[in-house]
Ligand binder design. Sequence first.
Ligand code: UDP
Length: 338
Amino acid sequence: MSILVAGGAGYIGSVTVERLSRAGHKVVVYDNLSRGHREAVPNQVTFVQGDIADSATLEKALREHKVDAVMHFCAHSQVGESVKEPFMYYQNNVQNGINLLGAMLRCDVKQFIFSSTAAVFGEPDAIPITEETAQHPTNPYGRTKWMFEQILRDCSDAHGLRSISLRYFNACGATELCGEDHTPETHLIPIVLDVAAGKRESLGIFGRDYPTQDGTCIRDYVHVSDLADAHIKALEALGKGAATNIYNLGNGQGFSVLEVVQAAEEVTSRKIPCINSPRRAGDPARLVASSDRIREELHWNPQIADLRRIIETAWKWKLEHPNGYGSAPAAAKDRFAS
Ligand code: UDP
């Protein structure tokens, strides 16, 4: 199949591109490089530098490469930033997303895989969180993703554009070639590893008074390559005629911030100094997924579920890329298509 991966130069997008290429699909990465990295896209993969707000460039790419399906990763995704800059989030995640759907419909491309998030749930009523758990997002980021899920349902009913929304819990880890490199970095595991690597003095723990066993927030950490595999399974399902659907994607196990720090200390054999910081706006206390639906319906089975193994992959990537993609070995991006 010919797949346009919007946001394919970003963290989860680039790992999915790696998997799609290995599975023999023709891949077109479409990315404006505002937050992604050109170095994360292998030379063998077609790259179009474009914005999803730009209908003409989008339609040209969809037609020229005879695209069968679109995967959409190019959203803003930081909770704190979304609280400070809500307009930017609604514009990119909702308005530009609608623009992408419009371009697809004009080009008669009707299969879509959407990067959604556990942030659609807000503070959940019960754990583990199923697809039916009530959704009350607590920050603009979560609200943009929740809105787009509704738009996709309506678009499916009205226009037959079938989609699968994948609600990621906490994406983490790395493959041999692709890892996490955000500026600024806000995610827990890369920050913890920066401290271990001596690039930061300490980790600020955002709140120690949550109603959890050690007072720190609990999250469900899921390896990025397992997320990528879920996209391949979703693509196959759509190819076989699956109806529009939504799946949670997590390991079903929760770890507190302090447990992540401890695991990282074990993996790196280094001390990770921590300081207490105020709570971060919009952070729910506990987010742990039930992924039973995707396990049963699409036979998704995470391969790297152990927290230490996940951190090991991220640590290896960090050691090999001390300055992120800027320090990638020159030959690395040529390797994976073979
Ligand atoms: N966190 C923290 N210090 C940091 C970054 C994150 O204590 O420097 C906490 C954050 O409050 C949350 C958890 O780590 O409870 C995971 O945060 P992350 O930003 O990685 O993912 P999120 O859950 O926001 O998607």
